[in-house]
Design a protein around this ligand. Structure first.
Ligand SMILES: [Fe+2]
Ligand SMILES: [Fe+2]
Length: 269
């Protein structure tokens, strides 16, 4: 099973760039073309939030027009740059197949890996939240799945990753979420976005992975002084490969490469 995982698209209105400089719609189109190429062709695509840059329906509709060109099913969760109701109005019943009350929580059941989409939006805040209602829903879904290998997919990473987007903005309910995660060793991975960096960290008995943005990379500043800034980065995404031996291998895919491929056999030592 192959899963393409794209994140933080920050789509703006047609003909515009995010923050005036980042050609995110063009980047998303490049990613869609790459994912559709015969070499990739994953079973499904996940987009881990920040679909839009400024919450509005025009941006979400434009994102949908691009994402609908994917040749396989795709699913998404809202991020802190999204409005939950706009996302539901544009993607509900399709990329967000169902919801639980106000929250865009749902489960994708029909694959070797069970995928639980969890809404971590805390409206008006940059940081994440899993409130008691969402936690109870997640506990119920994990109980229903038994020991089936499972992925959880949400926008905000629920742990500190050494950048202000997690360490300062925080995640309400992270401790309770961690206690629940620890009880389910069948959770193969927690897939997130939000920090615009590709990272992998151990947390509560599983691994949390954050996907790169499709073109706005966080300018890494580990002393966390000053305002966060981003760099324009080549478009890319994660490709998660579920092997028959039941390991999830995660590749960072660069949509644009300098040159190649070249055969290793032709390189003289
Ligand atoms: Fe983002
Ligand atoms: Fe975000």
């Amino acid at each position: 099973m192959l899963i393409a995982h794209i994140s933080d698209a920050h789509i703006t209105e047609p003909g515009t760039k995010a923050f005036g400089v980042a050609p995110m719609a063009d980047n998303l189109m490049l990613c869609v073309d790459h994912i559709n190429s015969p070499k990739m062709r994953p079973d499904l695509v996940l987009l881990s939030g920040d679909v839009t840059n400024d919450f509005n329906v025009e941006q979400a509709t434009y994102a949908r027009a691009i994402l609908d060109q994917l040749a396989m099913p795709y699913f998404l969760v809202p991020g802190n740059h999204d409005c939950r109701e706009v996302i539901w109005n544009v993607f509900g019943g399709a990329a967000c197949p169902s919801r639980h009350g106000e929250f865009i929580n749902y489960v994708i059941e029909d694959h070797p890996l069970r995928i639980i989409a969890l809404d971590s939006l805390h409206p008006g805040q940059s940081g994440g939240e899993v409130c008691p209602v969402r936690l109870e829903w997640l506990a119920d879904q994990l109980a229903k799945g038994g020991t089936r290998p499972t992925l959880i997919f949400l926008h905000h990473p629920p742990l500190k990753l050494g950048v202000p987007e997690t360490d300062v903005c925080g995640f309400i309910g992270a401790d309770a979420l961690g206690d629940l995660i620890r009880q389910h060793p069948n959770i193969q991975r927690i897939l997130c976005g939000h920090i615009h960096l590709d990272t992998h960290s151990q947390w509560c008995g599983t691994t949390v992975s954050t996907a790169p943005s499709i073109g706005m990379g966080l300018d890494l500043n580990l002393d966390q002084q000053g305002e966060s800034e981003f760099m324009l980065t080549p478009p890319g995404y994660f490709l998660h490969h579920w092997l028959p031996q039941e390991h999830l291998v995660s590749h960072t895919i660069h949509v644009e490469t300098l040159s190649g491929p070249f055969a290793f056999a032709n390189v003289k030592a």
